[in-house]
Design a protein around this ligand. Structure first.
Ligand code: TRP
Length: 435
């Protein structure tokens, strides 16, 4: 049997723990930087509202009603329509790929935590701090060490049952993370780059954003909300909170980017090159650094655990495996699959899966920009047109206890707005539609 969340609070905490993670703090700032800033932020907000959120609610319908893993859910809900299980497979594979490189990035966070504890940032020049990132990712031994440590932490947390305690910890850790991000953003906005950062993040200059930016925004709206995960109520609040964290993270990072003269499009190293600069100069910076990286590591851990749970749930529900064995097998499989990502910028630095993109970047691109959006599109069609409308109505209105208006707006969005918007973005990206 799978664990089921006890009560509403446990559910929300698990969902927030899953949603808020490296996607908000690491990925959102760097892809915003690469896609020209304000225009991307605007499209991302629209993508959350019209694609991410409604599809999150659709997955909630599927997950809640079936009480099964992402693949099995389809056989429970529409037993005669076997092809839809492929959507489950698509989402399961996406979760697998994401976890494999997510662990590598989480490993960077552990290394930065170690640096913070040993005082490596204090009184360092901005060049020295920016250089630390390159030194880390080009070192294969260190990469493997931190990646292995993080995956081991994940496995231990789930197997030992600490995970449930961890969820309760989130009640304290998440708000603390918000407060610290606020303080950092407050400080960042007093630096010389604040004005430029504001303009960069808030002024939508569409000439700086290409069509790939649209797809990237849609993909990230799924990534950051942990789509493909299964069940969630309270989707609206979760989406709001998650987006809020990302924006505040951006406000903490971009002023520093411009103050120290980094390029906003610097890529996956962006936050690792900028945030330590805050800690090097802000009062009590060395203490703040330790707290911040602990919180970030926890945020990464709870998100990674939710990914691992998606994978383990499949083995438990479909292959009738026990929880420990399922978790262990999946962790080992993901760990092996993640090794190339860990060596992306060192030993395997010359390997580009997609043009100009190293292994980690390519996998992130494929999973977030193709697999999650395609899975999301198919889920929208499934819930909008294939699944019995009564089921959706019952789940979204909580058996008539909450608003029918929300249900109606959502159902219209899931049938028409989300799939059409996503189809247009997709077809434009692959060149079928020319704008
Ligand atoms: N949302 C998490 C983050 O922003 C990542 C994540 C957790 C995820 N579970 C997921 C992404 C399931 C896609 C699918 O860091």
């Amino acid at each position: 049997m799978r664990n089921h969340w006890s009560g509403r609070l446990g559910f929300i905490l698990a969902a927030v723990g899953s949603a808020v993670g490296l996607g908000n703090i690491w990925k959102f700032p760097f892809i915003t930087g690469q896609n020209g800033g304000g225009a991307f932020v605007l499209v991302y907000l629209l993508a959350i509202l019209f694609c991410g959120l409604p599809i999150l609610m659709a997955e909630f319908v599927i997950g809640r009603h079936s009480q099964r893993d992402v693949v099995g859910a389809f056989s429970v809900l529409t037993p005669k329509k076997g092809v839809w299980k492929l959507v489950g497979w698509l989402n399961l594979s996406a979760a697998f790929i994401i976890l494999s490189y997510y662990g590598v990035v989480a490993g960077w966070t552990l290394d930065y935590l170690y640096k913070a504890v040993t005082g490596a940032f204090s009184s360092q020049s901005s060049e020295a701090i920016a250089g630390m990132f390159g030194a880390l990712v080009t070192n294969p031994e260190k990469q493997l060490f931190w990646f292995s440590l993080f995956m081991a932490l994940c496995l231990m947390a789930v197997i030992s049952g600490v995970k449930n305690g961890l969820e309760r910890w989130n009640k304290v850790l998440m708000p603390t993370l918000f407060v610290i991000l606020f303080v950092m953003a407050g400080y960042a906005l007093t630096t010389s780059g604040a004005k430029e950062a504001f303009k960069f993040m808030l002024y939508p200059d569409f000439s700086k954003m290409s069509m790939s930016g649209f797809l990237e925004a849609v993909g990230h709206s799924f990534f950051t909300l942990s789509l493909a995960m299964g069940a969630y109520p309270m989707a609206i609040r979760i989406a709001f909170l998650d987006t809020f964290v990302a924006i505040v993270a951006g406000l903490a990072i971009f002023p520093i980017v411009f103050s120290v003269g980094l390029k906003p499009g610097a890529g996956p190293g962006l936050i690792f090159k900028t945030l330590p600069q805050v800690f090097a100069t802000i009062p009590f910076g060395s203490v703040l650094a330790v707290i911040f990286f602990i919180l970030m590591a926890f945020a990464a851990l709870s998100s990674a655990i939710s990914l691992l749970e998606v994978l383990a749930a499949y083995m438990i529900d479909e292959k009738k495996m026990n929880r420990k064995a399922a978790t262990a097998i999946m962790t080992v499989a993901v760990y092996l699959a993640g090794i190339p990502s860990a060596l992306s910028y060192s030993t395997l630095g010359k390997v580009k899966l997609l043009p100009g993109k190293e292994i980690l970047d390519s996998l992130d691109y494929i999973a977030s920009n193709y697999m999650l959006p395609l899975g999301g599109l198919l889920i929208a069609i499934y819930v909008g047109f294939v699944l019995d409308k009564k089921i959706s109505k019952m789940e979204i209105t909580e058996e008539g206890r909450s608003s029918l208006t929300i249900f109606s707006i959502w159902f219209f969005t899931i049938r028409f707005i989300a799939p059409i918007a996503m189809l247009v973005v997709f077809l434009t990206k692959i060149g079928v539609i020319k704008l």
